[in-house]
Design a protein around this ligand. Structure first.
Ligand code: HSE
Length: 370
């Protein structure tokens, strides 16, 4: 059995990963070693069997004794530990949720239902760094990767509606707190059916503007509003989140020829953990919708194509419907007025599952199955 070290398993992505690994019986196939940056020596997580005390995540001997390491500890840990381990001659497989290694020459961005051949080529070439993609990019490709592979995409714009979880656990809490403040500001008026809606709105607007909402983590009110900037300002009109669409997207796909332009705006909305995206796809040729549907539905087992009808859409193509599942819902598929080679669609996916944890555990499975 391979010895597999897990670092950062207590955080949000790490917890989802451990949950999924338990559900899929992954722990029965490995000898897990749990590391901690803060509590070495304490008891490990409940995985249905004894795990022994936690190892120190700074203990390079203990780390290097693992054939595979999976880190959900974040980019700072990767920056601090990965180069030292490699410099010391460690030749194990490093599977990482964080971004620092994603665009490095020696790394492969992992999203096997979309880029299994890229991963296989990486394995054949002796690659050892396997990095999860940005959640928005991964979810977009889980939805539409099959159209790229069919050579049908000339360019794509993606307009995102990103959940609080993408920013972090504290932000999820803050969103709910803000919602509570918003409700509290007008609670008495809401109890009175005769109260004036403009009075209710004035109270809500005041609550958003007068500092009564906690905004320590987001910096601004999100509840009742939205935030059309995610991650750093790159100084060229792009947010860092937007920059990743084209760069990471093309790297994941690994298509021959020039990169396909993938570009758009990223927006934070008050959803908990599902990222949604509206896309405009310029097809390389006019394509009937039935053919588009056929290609999408056969992409992989987690695709759920939702008919472009009101009832089905509102029941099945929402964060409420998709959250906590591995489903990649795709719907609102129709041509645009610009012509039969212009397609629009909407997709929803859980950013903690296919957007973060799931590609990591599947890479682990791939490695231990070899
Ligand atoms: N950067 C993403 C977000 C999260 O802020 O939603 C994960 O890639």
């Amino acid at each position: 059995m391979r010895r597999v070290g897990l670092i950062g398993w207590r955080g949000m992505v790490g917890s989802v990963l451990v949950e999924r690994m338990r559900a899929e019986g992954d722990f029965a196939l490995i000898e897990p070693r749990f590391f901690s940056t803060s509590q070495p020596g304490a008891a490990g997580p409940d995985i249905g069997r004894a795990t022994g005390p936690l190892f120190d995540a700074e203990d390079f001997v203990a780390l290097a004794a693992c054939e595979i390491l999976i880190s959900c500890q974040g980019g700072d840990y990767t920056d601090a530990v990965h180069p030292k381990l490699r410099a010391a001659g460690w030749r194990g497989h490093w599977i990482d949720a964080a971004s620092p290694l994603r665009m490095k020459d020696d790394s492969v961005i992992i999203l096997d239902p979309v880029n299994r051949p890229v991963i296989e080529a990486g394995l054949a070439a002796g690659r050892r760094d396997w990095i999860g993609g940005n959640c928005t990019v991964s979810l977009m490709l889980m939805a539409f990767g099959s159209l790229f592979h069919a050579g049908l995409v000339e360019w794509v714009t993606t307009m995102s509606y990103q959940a609080a979880s993408g920013a972090g656990a504290q932000q999820m809490r803050e969103l709910l707190q803000q919602m509570g403040v918003l409700h509290g500001a007008a609670a008495d008026l809401l109890l009175d059916p005769a109260s004036a809606i403009l009075d209710i709105d004035r109270r809500a607007t005041a609550a958003m503007r007068d500092g009564s909402m906690s905004a320590e983590h987001f910096g601004y009110p999100l509840a009742g509003s939205l935030l059309p900037w995610i991650d750093r300002d790159l100084g060229n009109g792009y947010s860092r989140e937007e920059f990743k669409a084209g760069s990471e997207g093309n790297r994941i796909l690994g298509l021959p020829g020039p990169p396909v332009p993938i570009d758009g705006l990223c927006v934070r909305v008050g959803a908990m953990r599902c990222h949604s995206q509206a896309v405009t796809i310029k097809l390389t040729r006019a394509l009937p919708l039935a053919e588009v549907g056929e290609i999408l539905v056969h992409a992989h087992p987690w695709i759920r194509v939702v008919p472009n009808e009101r009832t089905a859409t509102l029941a099945r193509l929402t964060p409420t419907a998709v959250t906590g599942t591995l489903d990649i819902a795709v719907g609102r598929i129709r041509h645009l007025a610009m012509g039969g080679d212009y397609l629009t669609a909407f997709t929803v996916g859980d950013q903690l599952l296919w957007g973060a944890a799931e590609p990591l555990r599947r890479m682990l499975r791939l490695l231990i199955g070899r």
